[in-house]
Write a protein that binds this ligand. Sequence first.
Ligand code: 4NP
Length: 157
Amino acid sequence: MVKKILFVCLGNICRSPAAEGVFKQKLKERDLEKLFVVDSAGTGGWHVGNLADPRMRQTALSRGIELTSRSRQIEENDLYEFDQILVMDKDNLVAVKSLTKDHNNHVNSKIKLMLSYSKNSQLDEVPDPYYGGQNGFDKVLDLLDDAMDGLIDSLMD
Ligand code: 4NP
């Protein structure tokens, strides 16, 4: 059975496209691509249709990851369409949960903080790099690289 995974942040131009790219790269390395459908979305709609932020794309490319997705805004149907929804911070968590009045366990249990899968970091949230410097973009990829191994391990259990 193919599993459908959605990564979510605020603008869908920095953290969640990076998460999508890191996840896809790791699937490729492990020859697991056929088992997953992967997408990303933003809780906000300001950047709909845009490629990821050039700083995020450049930083990912320097690690061999090409980000090609276009920003889209998450909608209620995504909560039913996807099997797991990984959010980058707690504001995203609130925003995604508020898309539906249907708060049964089936829906709620799909939505998790991405860094709940971290192996080596104590942080709960992937810090938003948009208004900061280059360090923020490197940090996003470091945190995602670590947590993504934990996520893939749990999905393959
Ligand atoms: P992201 O970063 O949520 O990681 O895509 C942001 C991108 C754009 C904005 C905020 C955060 N913005 O306010 O436009």
